[in-house]
Design a protein around this ligand. Structure first.
Ligand code: NAD
Length: 497
């Protein structure tokens, strides 16, 4: 059966189900919350009428997905802020109520990460900020009043990663639609099916509650061509890409403004003023989260030499398993392909994708050992130029490197971070060390005395986003990231004092 026919049949089925007052299976499994606020429909019933083409946001063609999102943006403009509030409520409630089902769906499709954390990443979408972040700024004085408002762009073109497909997509919808925009997604091809299920379910519920169709559209079979078509489409005003160096470079070359949530390789520095038990526990918690798929996750540890043994011993006492040199060599051979350098120069290591986000037991097998069930993390002592330090490896294995001084720890951390300006972490109570590392690393997130996720509001203060705009500088994305600031000036009048 050709792709065109499949699409046609799906559309017809969706249309017929809609006419019968039903909804596609995926949407049915995701009940929307009862309406709590005025959605801006002026009493019009949205009951069971399906979207114009019955697609509920899922499109085969990139141009159609962009055009539908543009129509939806216009509908959202008319419906007003109450409809944005409703959309945010729906997405947050559905991410939570579908967390188990969608987390499993994503794991089954991508085969990377851990189910418990896939589920948790959906349950915490409620921590993503919404419409309340768009309070206008005002000035008043002898010459009247001036208001600066955070207003939408229109359609945002978004790219999502394989490492957290539905969580990134859900958080992006909250931020982008809270700001009054619509969004079209070109998801990662290896996590596109689960993304489409969530988009379809969100749209079905949003249509039912607000009458707005296709507020978040998705290209069903994403490719480099669909990415190019989305970036080129005239309705797409800005881009949000979440992924590695390739997509960041591609987005920046489009000529459109791109908000880039790029790669990281977060270093950790531990000194002799830190509490070793607390540091060890935090490092294990962060580096093992979703099998180290987080871009903010601890990827290498530089430990001051006088506490390195104590730190490793605490890591073992808290359940991490230490590899011998021979076991490390075996794992390295399996986890990387080393291309020898020319003329005796340094070779280049590339990560073997079969090991990304896999369980510790898979890594242990490659290392030639058996580990207790429930082991969260493996670690070993390495040199600073080891592939596990240099590459963004995204595996539940952590290299530990001894350093002689704070200066060396900071220099090595800076080298390992590659200037991504993403995330760095320190365990120390020495104010000099905390300040020196913070200034030198110059990262978007700098976490002190806690696990990486404290930087996103999980155990630390702050809000959540799965898109941290690093090279382009917008930081942890929020509704204001997707707005244009517009000024409205009333001369001489309306000041009431
Ligand atoms: P990836 O770079 O392989 O893919 C990300 C997305 O970009 C996918 O949708 C992919 O199809 C697309 N893509 C890749 N190369 C492209 C190109 N040249 N042109 C157009 N599209 C392209 O990344 P991944 O393995 O899915 O995710 C992991 C990477 O993402 C890591 O580097 C991680 O640090 C980064 N990441 C960053 C953040 C952040 O907030 N900064 C969040 C999550 C992941």
């Amino acid at each position: 059966m050709s792709a065109v026919n499949e699409t046609l049949i799906r559309d017809v089925v969706a249309d017929v189900l809609g006419r019968l007052g039903g909804a596609p299976a995926a949407a049915k499994s995701a009940p929307a919350p009862a309406p709590k606020a005025d959605c801006g429909c002026n009493g019009k019933s949205h009951a069971a009428t399906p979207g114009a083409r019955g697609k509920f946001g899922v499109f085969a063609d990139a141009n159609e997905a962009c055009a539908a999102a543009q129509e939806s943006f216009l509908q959202l403009q008319k419906a007003g802020v109450a409809a944005r509030v409703k959309i945010v409520e729906i997405v947050k409630a559905m991410a939570e109520s579908n967390a188990e089902v969608w987390g499993k769906l994503e794991l089954d499709e991508t085969k990377i990460g851990r189910l418990d954390h896939k589920v948790e990443k959906l349950k915490i979408i409620k921590l993503v900020p919404g419409v309340e972040w768009l309070r206008p700024d005002a000035r008043s004085g002898d010459h009247g009043i001036t208001l600066e408002e955070y207003t939408p762009f229109g359609v945002v073109g978004a790219v999502t990663p394989s490492t957290h497909s539905i969580p990134t997509l859900s958080g992006n919808i909250v931020n982008i639609c809270a700001a009054g925009n619509a969004v079209v997604f070109n998801p990662h091809p290896s996590a596109a099916r689960c993304a489409a299920v969530a988009v379809r379910a969100y749209n079905e519920a949003i249509f039912r509650e607000t009458g707005i169709e296709n507020i978040a559209t998705i290209i069903e079979k994403p490719s480099m061509e669909s990415f190019a078509a989305m970036c080129k489409h005239e309705a797409v005003r800005i881009l949000l890409v979440t992924g590695g160096p390739g997509v960041v470079k591609a987005a920046m070359q489009t000529g459109k403004r791109a908000i880039c949530a790029g790669p990281g390789n977060p270093p950790v520095y531990v000194d002799d003023t830190a509490c070793m038990k607390r540091a060890a526990k935090a490092i294990i918690q962060g580096a093992s989260y979703d099998n180290n798929l987080l871009c903010i996750g601890e990827k290498e540890v530089f430990a001051l030499e006088n506490i390195a043994d104590k730190l490793m011993s605490q890591m073992e006492q808290n359940g991490a398993v230490r590899l011998t040199n021979a076991q490390l060599d075996a794992l390295t051979k399996a986890a990387f392909t080393i291309t020898p350098g020319q003329g005796g120069g340094c070779g280049h290591a590339s990560v073997n994708k079969d090991f990304i986000g896999k369980d510790p037991i898979v890594l242990a097998k490659a290392a030639g050992i058996s580990i207790p069930s429930g082991t969260q993390l493996l670690f070993a002592e390495t040199g600073a130029d080891h592939p596990f330090v240099v590459e963004e490896q995204m595996m539940p294995f952590l290299p530990i490197i001894r350093v002689k001084s704070l200066d060396e720890g900071v220099t090595r951390s800076l080298e390992a971070e590659h200037g991504y300006k993403h995330t760095s972490i320190i365990h120390s109570h020495d104010l000099e060390a905390l300040t020196q590392m913070g200034r030198a690393l110059d990262t978007t997130l700098f976490i002190k005395n806690g696990p990486c996720m404290a930087g996103l509001g999980l155990g630390g203060e702050g809000y959540l986003s799965f898109s941290i705009a690093t090279p382009t500088g917008e930081g942890v994305s929020n509704p204001r990231t997707f707005t244009r600031v517009r000024r409205c000036v009333m001369v001489d009048n309306l000041k009431i004092y």
